[in-house]
Design a protein around this ligand. Sequence first.
Ligand code: C2O
Ligand code: CU
Length: 547
Amino acid sequence: MTDPQRRRFLVGLTVGGAATVAGPLALWRLTGGHGHSLGSGPAPKLAELAPDARFVQPLRLPGADGLLAEVDLKQPLRLLAQTLWVGLFPGPATSLWAYTGRVGAREVGNPLLHARRGDTVEVELDNRLAEATTIHWHGLSIDEANDGSGLHPVAPGARRSYRYRVDNRAGLYWYHAHPHGRTGVQLQRGLAGLLLVEDEEERALRQRLGMRWGERDLPLMIADKQVGADNAIVYKDGADDWIGNRVLVNWTPEPYLDVIPAWYRFRLANVANARMLRVAFVQGDQVLPMQLIGTDGGLLAQAWPVDDVFLGPAQRIDVLVDFGGLTPGQRVRLRSLDYVAMENEDESGAFLPDPMADHPGATPMGAALDLMELRLIECATERRPPARLPDLSALSKIDPLPDTADWPVRALRLRMDEAGRWFINDWNFHDNGHEPSFSVRRGSREVWEIRNSMTSMPHPIHLHGFQFRVLSRSISPPDIRGRQVAPGGLTAQDLGWNDTVVVWPGEIVRLAIDFAQPLSGTHRYMLHCHNLEHEDMGMMLTFAVTD
Ligand code: C2O
Ligand code: CU
């Protein structure tokens, strides 16, 4: 079901051309927040990986050095996109493509960036890879040139600076490579990181919650990778829906985290290429209830109790979960619960050879998958945080949904053609390229009505440049209908600001988008599926915002 000209095997490319300047960062040992070091036995074959070989490494926490090191964007930052050898798994080191940098004496990789709303930030990208790349600032409302989409690739050996003002609400955003046709492979190989934006409201909430960032307030950056017996990350260009046989949370394979019996705050980001997650905290056969307090674009107006949340590729959520009722020694799993994958696109069976053949050992889409383990440990009584949360009924000010009765409606249909290529209306990026499919006046407001065919699969649709509000969902599958908490079929996750929305087969999702921005001239942005293999197959369009 792919574009035949794109059937190249990246495995060959990696061995040949793409291993580039290794530089001084050539071989990092694992330096997580715990200073834990790995054993160095022979690499286990994946088929032989015993179930108890999982959950043996402590979760990497935001730290000073290495992957997930914290970097404040108060100072300009220079990042090199390059090959980096990291000891991720027991045995041979794994080659990642990563954004690396030096901050003072620290060596950082795919750093967790911090910025405050209103800051002007500057990040230089120095591309040391053998192919073009970019840094796309996912979720930020910025101009075309700094958006880092495939419209502005940075050639191998070239540099460019991204400089922009952070106008977004506080929340967890992220950054990643976005070169046309190569986003899937570049993210699978590692080019992605988190960006945490703060503002007054967020600081006030953090104070009230009394949870220290990095202790009981933690990011969980979740991806699955297909890993070979030599610990290499495998990718096959031209493949569809790239799922993997290993889970990395904060770059730690199937980690564990010691937790005390108390409330925790987790900011989850699904940075997988294609795997949709249905996340829940599970103890034995009990699901621990969560409070959903934020989505892609920051805090919700109020907390919503939820048992589990669908987290499509590129989506983020902010949740509170209570381990207070548990006792030391007990274990909780962060699990993706099973769900009906609704991969209905190919009822004839004509296009799909065997999707699993490329992913030996991978859990099929929709099947339950354990992501990490949380182990309850003792906490001295006098150090126990309060068992109750503060009032969460007024987290943030979010305007009620606008009255869109007189807004123009743009109809967008997600579909597959007979050749197995994905389209948005009649647009496929390989046909239409950079040519904007349509223009929108700056300051105008539109309803985008995205309709997915019945013979389709769930598509996480992402809009560049603008956060939107979900107005309604209709003809939703039962799994989504059952989550409605507000009129219009809206789920709790739909009630905030978002930049990515999952549209299920048969479903119609209406978005309210306000195209106001403090810019002039013409700026081009993208709307695309964030299943990266769909994106690379052309399920993407360019549109222009004009004066
Ligand atoms: Cu996160 Cu167009 O991408
Ligand atoms: Cu898609």
